[in-house]
Design a protein around this ligand. Sequence first.
Ligand SMILES: [Zn+2]
Length: 384
Amino acid sequence: MSKQAYKFRLYPTRKQIQTLTWTVDRCRELYNAALQERRDAYRMVGKYINYYDQANQLPGIKDIREEYRDIHSQVLQDVLRKADKAFQAFFARCKRGATPGFPRFKGRNQFDSFTYPQGGYALTHDHRVCLSKIGSIKVKLHRELHGTIKTCTIKREGDCWYVMFACEVEHECLEVCDEAVGIDLGLLHFATLSDGSTIENPRYYRKAEKKLEHLQQALARKKRGSHRRKKAVKQVAKAHRKVANQRKDFLHTASHTLVNTYGLIVFEELQPANMSKRPKPRQDEQGNYVPNGAAAKGGLNKSIVDAGWAMFQQFCTYKAANAGRDVLFVNPKYTSQICSGCGQVRKKELSERWHSCECGTELDRDHNAAINILALGRSVQARA
Ligand SMILES: [Zn+2]
């Protein structure tokens, strides 16, 4: 059994947004009250209050504050459990001899979700999530859900609402497959495979990146503390979320395809050094500087690409583990310099896109690297 999380966008009506917001606020209030009670008891009488002490008070709370009857009781219990966790962590730090601060109260922007830990929710076939005490909300199921749903969390991010399902999946091993592939992750192509094919960054993704860049520039021009700046911050956050979500989707699909196709996938180990390396400045015969690919490697683009690579390897690794297939990592040293035909080292600048060797080997630089990565992976596997 393994765990799998799904996140889907919700489309609540205006009235439902009010109810969701109200529920989050009540949960936050309860969380802070639970912390307060524990802090007071601990400070004043050195008494430790546990989860059950607090959960037993819930019926009493509902008598005094009737509005709490409008929230599913397991949701409230889950809030108390979160407070309990925060305190457990606090005591664990005390035990280790650290001098931690008490768990913190949550402000309006620091508490943005609530969870149905067992029941009280349902996913219906007409693409709606039914939530006890809240209603039926439209959901966009952009990918198929596998396994049994264990918990359901409603979360606010900016102006958007999401539902997150934690599922337990009984993974089925895929049949044994002898096909192996080496993968070179790059800037020009997202990935180049040892069979010469490539995986490209989707175009919509580049479009979203461009938009994010524009919004960030616009934000930089706004006056501090101004209303327009606040608005711009919101827009940047929204664009960031969009890029992040699109990236995740793309990486899920690409890793799924690879794991289904190959029994062994070999990657280079990502190293912070080679991720952030900048290409050397280049000059032509007259001493003028010529493009060296630094723009493609710099700034926003770079950070997005870097994050994507690591996440891609992560997705491939866990998907392969669930399917009974292998992922290996090899040392990236010389993988782009060695000739995949004869083994000779042929020094290349970052800007040299073509590998050509005296032995007659002629191929794309990244394709050459991917073949070397696969060969390294096979030799590692043979030794094991
Ligand atoms: Zn050669």
